[in-house]
Design a binder for this molecule. Structure first.
Ligand SMILES: Nc1ncnc2c1ncn2[C@@H]1O[C@H](COP(=O)(O)OP(=O)(O)OP(=O)(O)O)[C@@H](O)[C@H]1O
Length: 314
């Protein structure tokens, strides 16, 4: 059932395709057996606890980290091929820019370094935030610097924008402003975005696709709209203090037993008993349950999977 292309997006290929991707450092594997596909034009949240392998994955996608094994391609071009360079832009937590350059000089440098540079778009982003064009970058506030970094990233006109917690140093107001800007620019151009974040509400608001990593493995990948309804939050009465046998026929991601009551996050594999109370969880509840249960079986929505043996497709 492996697909190699999708009709959506640039050039009829997947924006990101990873097959058996892995990175081993001296201390051990940071990422292993990582296989997934991301269709073009989506805003994908990259989620996982500290040390899950998110920055390592983004590092491999941006050619800063060499994979130990497996393949990774952007729009069908292997990341080892320099032709991939103009296709993506990267924005990390630290935004390296020359502090003494003015904002205008910084954008001019962007123009010189990038053949397809879109000065009008870069200037529009800076102007919309009232960032003074002649101010030195070193004198800007954190929010203003992030805006200039966004202008540099979008001025490059990338097909894929990779973001490693780019808004972590911003106050809630600036964060909201940047999210709005990011969404507007990405939608206008059909840019594919992969964004790592620890802010679950931010991911819920912005992302229509999710890649969840834990302990260096993919735990879930696919459409946010399909991943959440694949789960149910079930409450009921225990059997002799344990989960009912009928519940364990389904995939139990996480459960809590308190007295005679249990509550469980499950992936139903058929109808659930009428004896239980069943509700649809929020995205946040699904993510937290998975992050607390790294041994739960991986889940891929259709088309996302380059399926490892243990993965289940909803
Ligand atoms: N350059 C490196 N050398 C050695 N080990 C590394 C290196 N970079 C990352 N690691 C290890 O790889 C694992 C994954 O790290 P990574 O930074 O990719 O996780 P992360 O999900 O981005 O974490 P965080 O949310 O804390 O930023 C961790 O165990 C980390 O210690």
């Amino acid at each position: 059932m492996a697909q190699t292309s999708t009709p959506t997006g640039s050039g009829g290929t997947w924006a990101v395709e990873a097959r058996g991707l892995g990175k081993r450092y001296r201390r051990g594997w940071a990422l292993r057996d990582c296989s997934f596909r991301l269709p073009a034009g989506r805003i994908c949240g990259l989620v996982g606890p500290n040390g899950a392998g998110k920055s390592t994955l983004l590092g491999m996608a941006t050619r800063q980290v060499n994979p130990t094994e497996g393949e990774l391609s952007l729009f069908g071009v292997p990341v080892s091929d320099p032709k991939v360079m103009p296709r993506f832009a990267f924005l990390g937590q630290d935004k390296p820019m020359y502090k003494r350059f003015s904002v205008a000089e910084t954008l001019r440098m962007g123009a010189e370094l990038n053949p397809g540079w879109d000065m009008a778009a870069a200037e529009r982003i800076v102007r919309a935030g009232d960032v003074p064009p002649h101010a030195a970058v070193g004198t800007l506030s954190g929010g203003q610097r992030t805006r200039v970094a966004f202008a540099l990233a979008f001025g490059k006109r990338p097909d894929l924008l990779l973001l490693d917690e780019p808004m972590s140093d911003l106050d809630p107001l600036a964060r909201d402003e940047m999210s709005t800007l990011l969404m507007a620019e990405a939608v206008e151009r059909g840019t594919t975005v992969v964004m790592s974040s620890h802010m679950l509400t931010e991911l819920e608001d912005m992302c229509d696709y999710l890649l969840v990593l834990s302990q260096g493995k993919v735990r879930m990948a696919g459409d946010a709209d399909a991943l959440v309804p694949a789960h149910a939050l079930v409450t009921g009465v225990t059997e002799d203090g344990a989960l009912p046998a009928a519940l364990t026929r389904h995939t139990v991601i996480e459960n809590r037993v308190r007295g005679r009551q249990f509550q469980a996050m499950v992936r139903p594999s058929g109808p659930l008993s009428d004896a239980w109370q069943v509700s649809e969880p929020s995205l946040e509840e699904v993510l937290l349950a998975h992050l607390r249960s790294p041994d739960a079986p991986a889940l891929y929505t259709p088309g996302t999977g380059i399926e490892p043996e243990e993965a289940r497709t909803v």
